[in-house]
Design a protein around this ligand. Structure first.
Ligand SMILES: Nc1ncnc2c1ncn2[C@@H]1O[C@H](COP(=O)(O)OP(=O)(O)OP(=O)(O)O)[C@@H](O)[C@H]1O
Ligand SMILES: Nc1ncnc2c1ncn2[C@@H]1O[C@H](COP(=O)(O)OP(=O)(O)OP(=O)(O)O)[C@@H](O)[C@H]1O
Ligand SMILES: [Mg+2]
Ligand SMILES: [Mg+2]
Lengths: 225, 225
């Protein structure tokens, strides 16, 4: 599905260079279920943002569905992002002035989905994450785990070919976490590709392949099935 | 140390009433190490905010160190909060325009601590959470787990009599989480009271007492040692 070659991401902070990713090589096949693990600050979210076209590398190449991504214009990258990728942010990134329902619907706004169909699909994913009784709440009227679940629902509404979930169960009890994992497994069972960052070994155990990140490099990128 | 009696918190949303806490009775002795568990949305953060004087109940009474808290003025509550309570927020609540070091120092600003001593203490707690190499970063230049650790460092700088930590390890790998737990245990060993909300059974196992919250009520408030 995509391939990263020699990928690096460096932040310049005055005199100091922070090398968040260093010369990363990674190949992900269509339909894989991958868990990314590693210490806090090791580069996992940076990697996820680059994979999801939300950030650009300082060096290296990305090939997505056979095409060289750096050759694509901003418009085309945004289209790919909107159509094919679902992203659950570690910090949720909900819009404060939109309700739970409106936040969930947001990815459909870029496509011509009739209002009724959009609302039906939103209610469907919100039901899957257990939040149908909160649809008119605003983010600041939700618990931490409820916000996390809205972020998850929003990421799923497009049935994305590639789902990128950055620590999606960090604020959830085991029962809710298991429910979310089931939703991901269903999506995977339908042929979608799932990459999730997690600190929870229970969540990682459901993946077919684990990738260890350490100090900006991938220790074990090979398939460990 | 404190006692809650008949504590309730209700949010009015137009026609609908959300009963976040319902008639809660809870007594916490000085020096306890308590874990609060419960499903997402069950009322744990609401309970923590009321205990930490950051929110007021809709009904019921709070007695802190023998004094009726509702009888205290806003000034006195703020003083108690600043001097005796340390709070780790589930969403971290770091100030975006302050560096890691400045965010950590913030609780000392309300007391007359000489600049040099304040900086020494900040470096001490930042070392305890493994962030001395990030002191000049701003929150948006940190990973999720690094932000969480700044929030933890900030909560500890006052050596608070009562530490309230709302899911303090949700964004941390097991090694960092264990390091944080050691810091909490040290504080507890010195006679401080610790109440932490967690979804992680490993973290909960270090507490001497577990409290289950469900739909705004406490299922098992009794000491289960
Ligand atoms: N301002 C508000 N207005 C309306 N409802 C609210 C508000 N704040 C919280 N709630 C509701 O109160 C309930 C309890 O919230 P709380 O944040 O205490 O849950 P929690 O146990 O901490 O959950 P989590 O584990 O997900 O963090 C939730 O169902 C939430 O939707
Ligand atoms: N804008 C930035 N400027 C400077 N350094 C940054 C910036 N963003 C991130 N970093 C640094 O890059 C490193 C990798 O960050 P990243 O968010 O990818 O870590 P992570 O593996 O997701 O960690 P966590 O498990 O804590 O979420 C961190 O050490 C962080 O301090
Ligand atoms: Mg991260
Ligand atoms: Mg909470």
């Amino acid at each position: 599905l995509f391939q990263l070659r020699g990928l690096s991401k460096t932040y310049q902070m005055g005199e100091v260079e922070v090398r968040a990713l260093r010369d990363v090589d990674l190949t992900i096949e269509k339909g894989e279920f991958v868990a990314i693990l590693g210490a806090s600050g090791s580069g996992k979210s940076t990697l996820m943002h680059i994979i999801g076209f939300m950030d650009k590398p300082t060096a290296g190449s990305i090939t997505f569905e056979g095409k060289d991504v750096s050759a694509l214009g901003e418009q085309e990258r945004a289209r790919l992002r909107g159509e094919k990728i679902g992203f659950v942010f570690q910090a949720f990134n909900l819009l404060a002035r939109l309700t739970v329902l409106e936040n969930t619907l947001l990815p459909l706004m870029y496509q011509r989905v009739p209002q009724k169909d959009a609302t039906d699909r939103a209610m469907e994913v919100l039901d899957a994450v257990g939040l149908t009784d909160r649809i008119s709440h605003y983010p600041n009227q939700l618990s931490g785990g409820q916000r996390q679940r809205v972020a998850i629902a929003r990421s799923l509404i497009n049935r994305p070919r590639l789902l990128l979930a950055d620590e999606p169960t960090g604020n959830l009890d085991s029962e809710n976490a298991a429910a979310i994992l089931d939703v991901f497994k269903q999506l995977h069972g339908d042929g979608h590709t799932i990459i999730l960052v997690t600190h929870d070994p229970a969540v990682a155990s459901h993946a077919h392949r684990k990738i260890q990140v350490q100090d900006g490099t991938i220790l074990d990128g090979a398939a460990t099935r």
